[in-house]
Design a protein. Structure first.
Length: 216
């Protein structure tokens, strides 16, 4: 199911929430929109005392990584569903710097070697360093599920090939929120559904549905 939504009048769903096949974690908000679209349990919490749950974390079916500013009380409700790893990384906006599904993780080339190893272990995936459209904040520029990847329309051909080999799914180009190529900030998705910013146009919704395999 594909739903348009805004969080406190903000259409940047991916900044405030994160999802996998099994769980959705979002800042304190209306659970029903996320549970209906994603078909997962929903945990409402904060990360590091902020609402920026999606910007400061990344998750797949195997685990969740959060910035090391996260407090124990914030992690506790998530542990009922999935293991959580605190990552001491200078580039601590993990959701902006890591793009992952259950097969692989593409990371900002500037992340440390120690972080790369921690990501591989926590998410149980192969990890590659790379860019999207020549930019390093790959988590902000794409959304990856186990059926497809959506990314910035200026993605380069060699970047597409790297992602298709890593994520083992087709890669499509699109925008969201009426022309934004920063797909990862505009939406969250798994194979069952997506929540996208409410500025997203009908044409963009069609590309999203097609690229993530919802029309099959």
């Amino acid at each position: 199911m594909l739903k348009k939504y805004s969080i406190e009048s903000q259409p940047y769903i991916g900044i405030f929430s994160v999802t996998s096949q099994e769980l959705t974690v979002a800042m304190p908000n209306d659970k029903s929109v996320f549970s209906e679209a994603m078909e997962t349990p929903v945990v409402n919490t904060t990360v590091g005392g902020t609402r920026l749950v999606g910007a400061l974390s990344v998750m797949n079916s195997s685990g969740m990584l959060v910035a090391d500013i996260t407090e124990e009380r914030e992690i506790q409700p998530i542990l009922e569903y999935v293991g959580v790893t605190l990552l001491p990384e200078k580039h601590n906006a993990l959701g902006n710097n890591i793009l992952a599904n259950d097969n692989g993780a593409l990371i900002n080339p500037n992340l440390s070697r120690k972080s790369e190893e921690a990501i591989a272990e926590a998410l149980d995936v192969d990890v590659k360093r790379g860019t999207i459209a020549g930019l390093k904040m790959v988590g902000s520029l794409g959304v990856a599920t186990n059926k497809g990847v959506l990314c910035h329309p200026h993605v380069k051909e060699h970047e597409v090939k790297l992602m298709e080999n890593l994520f083992k799914v087709p890669v499509s180009k699109t925008t969201a929120n009426h022309g934004s190529g920063w797909i990862g900030t505009c939406m969250i998705a798994n194979t069952k559904g997506a929540v996208v910013g409410d500025l997203t146009t009908p044409i963009e919704l069609g590309r999203i549905e097609d690229g993530l395999g919802y029309l099959e």
